[in-house]
Design a protein around this ligand. Structure first.
Ligand code: 86X
Length: 541
């Protein structure tokens, strides 16, 4: 099958290897072509030996892609904006998925799988919101040599795939609420520069789609889901987020309002939408004819007994993994919060000249087994082709929260040496209460990563009340909290006035649910009109 992408100029074939799609595997030093196999292998070896060549505060973008690759989270692919997710990334995604599934199951959400393809007639039913997105929709136009009589779209999101079936499945009030979720890939043919996990043309997400008889029930769910997203970030990924509501400009145009969790990356001074939960109101119900026989209307003997359903949709994507990497990674590489770490503890033998290495290996295996039996994700590294110093750096790069070293002296004392990835602190632990100590340390690392990230975010947050202070804070890459009149035109103006040669202007990230006090006479920082609320502003991904 061939795929084409509808761009604003029309449909463009992407079958051949155009410049756009050719790829070089970037490394710390020289770029290497994919087909230059032997030199590529050499380069990769050199790369892992050298580790991260860029510092986080020197060139954040370069640092980030190096950390993703050296930490073994992903690799580049020969189609621009597409990435190979490697086992550590897939593992984290699986952990987030298991947590989220358990939470939504309690809410009565059921898992489905809908097809990848969308018929043009369904896709175009929802003209208004599709309009702005249509340049990003990828189309299948050919099967083998023959052109399809009707091209088929690849889902960029599944409203138009799912809602025709909501209309078929929902008849009476007994069919409500209907709560479905699916874990799928989606494709959006972005034209701005891709960033691993953060902005890729294909990504993984869950999308939840629900329908209720009443707005009250639907509204409650929007915020129940938002809380789960907040928990995923704060409790699992140890990333502080702000719960809030998107502005009219930034909300999903197809709905009533968009609730969001927003993260902030101090190193780049940019906000990032971390997950969203939309109240769709009855807009889609109207378009797709999703209605139910309303028993109350029947009792009231109303003319028509049918009512439109109230809908929500909500999603979190693999972008969350990128936010975690950006937040906790350091100059040595990845730093995993223990709760999502694919490997929580690595056990490394420290051989000593003249001491039987097999005895050390056996001790490492025994410690690993004890940890595994206690439900701790542990690994031992008995590769005899690498020195232990090299292994330390390797596992640091991969972000493992705790390293246990075992050498002859530790054996003699029936202890192990343990080293924290986040702060480098070392301790000697008696083998006897190892499990208890390790669990305790993992808990402390989890908390301390969150605390450090929270301090970092708070240090970048600035309250301003006038334009000059706003511009000053923006130039300092701050996350800005400002009183706002809540007018669409004012946000557009701010965006326009803060545009740079290289990038987009500043915009609202959200209006936080938790509002500071607002004096009656407080004015909008941008328009000078009476302020209606405090909102977060900044540049964003
Ligand atoms: C908006 C809305 C919503 C379910 C979520 O944010 C969570 C999960 N969906 C998604 N959106 C689009 O509707 C959209 C549509 C097209 Cl055609 C597109 F190419 C890109 C899109 N991006 C976002």
């Amino acid at each position: 099958m061939a795929m084409s992408v509808q761009s604003t100029e029309g449909k463009r074939a992407l079958g051949s290897t155009s410049d756009e799609n050719s790829v070089v595997l970037k490394s710390s030093s020289t770029p290497v072509r994919v087909n230059g196999q032997s030199s590529l292998q050499k380069e990769i070896k050199k790369e892992t030996r050298l580790g991260i060549s860029t510092k986080k505060d020197e060139d954040f973008g370069k640092w980030y892609s190096e950390v993703c690759r050296c930490g073994d989270m992903l690799d580049y692919y020969d189609i621009k904006g597409c990435y190979i997710l490697k086992p550590p990334a897939v593992k984290v995604w699986g952990i987030l998925r298991a947590f989220f599934d358990a939470e939504i199951e309690k809410m009565g959400v059921e898992e489905y799988y809908f097809p990848l393809f969308v018929s043009p007639s369904c896709l175009e039913k929802e003209k208004d919101h599709i309009k702005g997105f249509s340049p990003e929709v990828a189309w299948v136009t050919r099967a083998g040599e023959s052109e399809l009589s009707i091209p088929i779209a690849v889902r960029p999101t599944s409203e138009t795939v799912i809602y025709p079936y909501f209309s078929k499945w929902i008849r009476g009030h007994r069919d409500l609420p209907l709560k479905i979720n699916q874990w799928v890939n989606v494709v959006r043919w972005e034209f701005s520069d891709p960033i691993p996990f953060i902005r890729s043309r294909e990504f993984l997400w869950q999308e939840g789609h629900t329908a209720f008889a009443t707005k009250t029930e639907a509204d409650k769910e929007v915020f129940d889901i938002l809380q789960i997203y907040s928990d995923i970030y704060e409790k699992l990924l140890a990333v502080p987020v702000i719960k809030g509501i998107k502005s009219e400009n930034e909300k999903f145009a197809g709905g009533l309002y968009t609730a969001t969790v927003e993260a902030f990356i101090p190193s780049s001074g940019r906000g990032i939408q971390a997950a969203t939960s939309h109240s769709l109101g009855q807009n889609f119900a109207e378009i797709f004819g999703i209605s139910f026989e309303n028993k109350e209307r029947k009792l009231e003997k109303k003319e028509t007994k049918r009512s439109l359903v109230w809908q929500n949709s909500w999603g979190i994507s693999t972008r969350s993994i990128g936010v975690m990497v950006m937040t906790h990674g350091d100059d040595k590489g990845l730093v995993f919060p223990p709760l999502v770490a694919p490997v929580q503890v690595v056990v490394i033998p420290v051989p000593f000249n003249g001491f039987d290495v097999n005895i050390i290996y056996e001790a490492c295996e025994a410690v690993k087994s004890t940890l595994l039996a206690a439900g701790i994700r542990a690994k031992s590294d008995n590769r005899d082709t690498y020195a232990c110093g090299w292994k330390y750096a390797d596992w640091e790069q991969k972000g493992v929260p705790l390293r246990i070293e075992i050498g002859p002296r530790d054996l003699a004392k029936n202890q192990v040496r343990i080293v924290r990835r986040d702060n480098g602190a070392k301790a000697d632990l008696p083998r006897g209460d190892l499990i208890e100590q390790v669990k305790d340390m993992l808990g402390k690392i989890q908390q301390s990563l969150f605390d450090a990230a929270k301090r970092g975010k708070d240090a970048c947050t600035q309250k301003v009340e006038n334009w000059d202070d706003f511009m000053e804070a923006l130039s300092q890459k701050k996350l800005i909290l400002a009183p706002w009149c809540d007018e669409v035109e004012v946000e557009k103006l701010v965006k326009e006035r803060t545009k740079t040669e290289t990038g987009a202007g500043a915009k609202t990230l959200c209006t936080p649910l938790e509002q500071p006090d607002l004096n009656e006479d407080t004015l909008c920082f941008a328009s000078g009109k009476p302020a209606k609320k405090w909102s977060y502003w900044g540049r964003s991904y």
